[in-house]
Design a binder for this molecule. Structure first.
Ligand SMILES: Cc1ncc(C[n+]2csc(CCOP(=O)(O)OP(=O)(O)O)c2C)c(N)n1
Ligand code: SF4
Ligand SMILES: [Mg+2]
Length: 313
């Protein structure tokens, strides 16, 4: 243990004790972060998102005790298995409520949630809407491949009309949801779109999302090469498509402009569509807790309990 240094003032006064400076801690490397060998199919877009998550942790010098990685169920949701850090591979569609609990009880952590389009918008659809409206501080990256990959090709809520799958052998007849529109209208305070084929952009979006104080949502197109090959070619310049960045003049605080941008036909735009500054549930609850702590200051647990019973009489 290192010793504190006592500085004796020249002419009386209080003695100031200066703690020794902490040596700067080394950031984690990809080697230290990579866990099990990912079991995704060779060429799956999810590899790219994982590599960029490692890059983000490295770049921002985040340490194990300050990050948590949560997911539901699906190919994309296997994500936490492959990260050597605290986290949970949770129940299908229930990653957000679990992560909300972590965020509210541990506001000092960076809470990252990863998952697929089915996990986010089918079984987890309501949780998505409610987490967004509550503006809980966490980052949610949906790896959208327009299909259920893990269960081998069923129609997902983002599959386009006409997509032939095991559940729609004649082609999908239901209109797909638009994740960006849904996030904006549900009340998300940071909404961005990216694609696994543009690594620098994925990193940029995840970093901006992480720095946002509130619920930050990133839709990341991530190709399922096994069950929906070529789905995103129109957005990939290497496959003859176009990658359109959000126009420079776009006002990210303008909700209607963001909504309009979301309605552009595929491949649409990539970048931050919307960003608003609103109080988080974390901040509001911290305020309530502070008041409650002050009221019960000096009381023993049984006395607080007694007071609650008395109020019920
Ligand atoms: C309660 C429940 N219902 C259904 C399933 C089956 N199931 C597992 S993953 C999945 C969909 C996965 O699709 P998506 O979230 O898009 O992830 P992907 O595999 O495409 O990355 C389904 C329906 C399940 N595991 N649990
Ligand atoms: S089935 Fe599709 S989503 Fe799942 S690992 Fe393979 S390529 Fe990726
Ligand atoms: Mg999917």
């Amino acid at each position: 243990m290192s010793e504190a240094i006592a500085e004796v003032p020249a002419r009386g006064g209080n003695i100031v004790v200066t703690p020794p400076a902490e040596p700067e801690r080394k950031g984690l490397t990809k080697k230290e972060l990579a866990a099990d060998h990912p079991t995704w199919c060779p060429g799956c877009g999810d590899f790219s998102v994982l590599a960029l998550y490692f890059k983000l942790i490295e770049k921002r010098k985040l340490h194990h005790e300050k990050i948590t990685t949560v997911a539901g169920i699906g190919c994309s949701s296997r994500f936490p298995y492959f990260v050597q850090a605290h986290g949970a591979h949770y129940i299908h569609g229930r990653a957000l409520p679990f992560a909300s609990g972590i965020s509210l009880s541990r506001p000092d952590l960076h809470v990252f949630v990863f998952g697929g389009d089915g996990d986010a918008f089918s079984i987890g659809g309501n949780h998505f809407n409610h987490t967004a409206r509550k503006n809980i501080k966490l980052t949610y990256v949906v790896m959208d491949n327009w299909v259920y990959g893990l269960t081998k090709k069923q129609t997902s809520p983002t599959s386009p009309l006409g997509f032939k799958s095991k559940t729609d052998t004649w082609g999908a007849v239901d209109h797909p949801i638009n994740p960006m529109k849904q996030a904006i209208s549900a009340g998300a305070t940071f909404v961005a779109r990216t694609t696994h084929t543009n690594p620098n952009h994925v990193l940029q979006m995840m970093e901006a999302a992480m720095d946002h104080d509130g619920f930050s949502f990133v839709e990341c197109l991530s190709e399922c090469v096994e069950f929906y090959e070529g789905a995103f070619d129109a957005s990939n310049p290497r496959k003859g498509g176009v990658f359109n960045a959000v126009p420079a003049g776009h006002d990210v605080t303008d909700e209607l402009a963001a909504y309009k941008l979301s309605g552009e036909p595929f491949p649409g735009y990539f970048g931050v569509f919307y960003k608003a500054s609103k109080a988080t549930k974390n901040a509001k609850e911290a305020e309530i807790n502070k008041g409650a702590m002050e009221k019960s200051k000096g009381l023993k647990d049984w006395q607080i309990l007694q007071k609650s019973f008395d109020r019920m009489k």
